[in-house]
Design a protein around this ligand. Structure first.
Ligand code: ATP
Ligand code: MG
Length: 569
């Protein structure tokens, strides 16, 4: 491609709302442009990157025996009514009617459509297993679309669904998909981790997320410093923490006057007792299908509530904040909440099991209770609701856990019969009995990967594409397009590289050299060749984008040098 003819509108201007490098560089580099909030066009270079990612995903999935299909993006509401998700999905599901008043949604995910496709067409265990996938648009009317391609409303997803006769077979496919995903992300040249993920309130079934490691990631992941253990903080476990110091000794269980002392920090200073020996209360309003209720969560003073774990512990759809007025109305004293004598539901963190000699709220303004003993509380009130924090110990091997940030680029899930049962999708087993399909589901954020790659690979000058997904491997920069010798040499090199199968662009634009170098860095081709003044001394320069290192190379060796650089592993 000759850049003089290419549609790659680079610009100095960053989008106003852009804070993240991928958002800034992808727009400035002319890869994408915004159409509306969370909706983007892909320009030629962006499309090339997207297609490369797509091709790698397709190749690996086809190799693993999955089959590609393409389902409608506009899906009938009836299917969503059947699965029970029409109501549940909330505002992210964009619903609309056609001219005949038929109700439709823009597919945010395709479990319903895929079950409807297989239902009635696959009737026997002999036709199983089956793994169908598509790489197709999704629409989610996200509350806060942001960060460019990382959280769009319209985005490209690979979504796969497998159908099995037994749970064992579904688990086998799940492991195969895990291996396949690892191969895909490795080929994409990304540093990633497969982490245990939240499976929701139902629990039991397994789920893993694939996280590209990047400081800007919205997800917090917990990694063991010694073993393979890795989990999303929403699902992370830990070894029960040990007391950091000797427990304080209280001779009595009694109220203690603590005027205006509410925070654990203030209380810890006041009593000279480590936060571990305090009982912290977090009040939330839990939202269920039909009702709402206040729930009080209790934790060790040095722990924080993990809201997803807390939500799952009580089977709620959502936890929302509750105001002091609402608490007071329910007879609760904000800031001084005890786990005793509460009318509403309480949940205590597992780390409080058997706690004695601790300090908790006094259910009375300005009072705490000292010498509290929680060892008599019913087992059923306890659950794992604390957020794992840096320095906690690995549940598998006991080594120190560390926190890191990640971008979720893939998700695999053992679904079971949730959809097949609800939608009455069955097959006949060996005995001729009708059984619901056992399903797995597997997603990859294809357009999100374009941005995730840049979040992980950039510097202050622009993108640094991993070679496998770079829009082109190399650009030849003609320093002075009026110099015929330079132009002729660059043209010849361009043709020779194309011939050798190298993806090459020729920057033959009549712009200043500095301008073209800036574009080279912004777009982030892995390599550049500068054809400049030194050509008269028989030399050109090879630039590595990542290190920005320039190496002089004899003009007759440059073809070989570029081919070697691009092809090296
Ligand atoms: P998130 O927690 O980031 O909102 P999710 O768990 O809701 O994502 P899934 O339903 O698991 O997403 O979808 C499969 C994949 O699709 C995700 O792993 C992610 O890579 C991608 N994805 C989800 N939502 C978006 C979005 N709004 N924009 C771009 N990609 C997305
Ligand atoms: Mg997910």
């Amino acid at each position: 491609m000759r850049l003089s003819q290419a549609f790659v509108p680079t610009t100095k201007e960053a989008p106003k709302d852009a804070a993240l490098p991928s958002h800034i560089y992808l727009v400035r580099g002319g890869f994408i442009n915004q159409v509306a909030s969370g909706i983007y066009n892909f320009l030629p270079f962006g499309k090339r990157v997207l297609d490369k990612i797509r091709a790698i995903i397709k190749e690996e999935l086809d190799n693993a025996g999955a089959q590609e299909v393409q389902l409608g993006f506009v899906t009938p509401c009836e299917l969503w009514e059947e699965s029970g998700r029409f109501k549940k999905y909330g505002k992210e599901l964009l619903r609309f009617k056609d001219r005949k008043e038929n109700c439709f949604v823009l597919g945010p995910t395709h479990e319903e459509m895929m079950v409807a496709l297989v239902r009635g067409r696959v009737n026997s265990y002999k036709q199983l297993p089956l793994n169908l996938y598509q790489i197709n648009l999704k629409f989610r009317d996200e509350a806060r679309p942001r960060f460019g391609l990382l959280r769009g409303r319209e985005f490209l997803m690979k979504d796969g669904y497998s159908f099995h006769a037994t749970y064992e077979d579904m688990e086998r496919e799940y492991r195969l998909m895990e291996e396949t995903y690892k191969r895909i992300f490795t080929r994409l040249g990304l540093e990633f981790r497969a982490v245990e993920a939240d499976v929701g309130a139902i629990g039991g079934s397994a789920s893993k997320e694939f996280m590209v490691l990047a400081q800007s990631g919205e997800d917090t992941i917990v990694l063991c410093s010694e073993c393979e253990y890795a989990a999303n903080v929403e699902a992370a476990k830990r070894k029960m923490p040990q007391p950091p110091t000797e427990a304080p000794e209280f001779s009595n269980f009694e109220p203690f006057y603590t005027p205006n002392l509410k925070s654990i920090e203030e209380l810890s200073d006041f009593f000279k007792v480590h936060p571990y020996f305090f009982v912290k209360a977090v009040a939330k309003k839990a939202v269920f299908d039909e009702n709402e209720e206040i729930v009080l969560f209790f934790l060790r003073g040095n722990d924080e509530l993990q809201e997803v774990k807390a939500k799952n512990a009580i089977g709620a759809d959502e936890l929302v904040d509750v105001t002091d007025e609402e608490l007071e109305k329910a007879g609760i004293v904000p800031g001084f909440i005890a786990p005793y004598e509460q009318e509403c539901r309480i949940v205590l963190d597992d780390a409080l099991k058997g706690a004695k000699g601790v300090i908790c709220g006094g259910n009375k303004k300005d009072y705490h209770l000292i010498g509290a003993d929680l060892s008599h509380f019913d087992e059923a009130l306890f659950a794992d609701i604390a957020a794992v924090k840096e320095g906690d110990l690995c549940p598998e091997c006991g080594a120190i856990l560390k926190l890191s940030k990640g971008i979720e680029v893939g998700h695999i899930f053992q679904l079971g019969t949730r959809y097949s049962e609800a939608m009455n999708a069955t097959f006949l087993d060996k005995e001729g009995k009708a059984k619901p399909f056992v399903m797995g589901t597997y997603g990859i954020g294809v357009s999100r990967l374009v941005a995730a790659a840049i979040e992980q690979n950039h510097d202050e000058f622009g993108c640094i594409w991993p070679k496998e997904i770079a829009p082109y491997h190399v650009t030849i920069i003609v320093s002075n397009t009026k110099d015929e010798v330079q132009v002729a040499f660059a043209n010849k090199l361009y043709e020779d590289l194309k011939e050798a199968g190298i993806e090459v662009v020729l920057d033959d634009r009549s712009e200043r050299f500095g301008f073209k170098m800036k574009d080279f860095e912004l777009i982030g081709y892995p390599y550049g060749v500068i054809v400049g003044k030194n050509l008269s001394e028989g030399k050109v320069q090879l630039v590595k984008r990542k290190s920005r290192q320039k190496i002089d190379i004899a003009k007759e060796d440059i073809l070989k040098a570029v081919i070697e650089a691009v092809n090296q592993k």
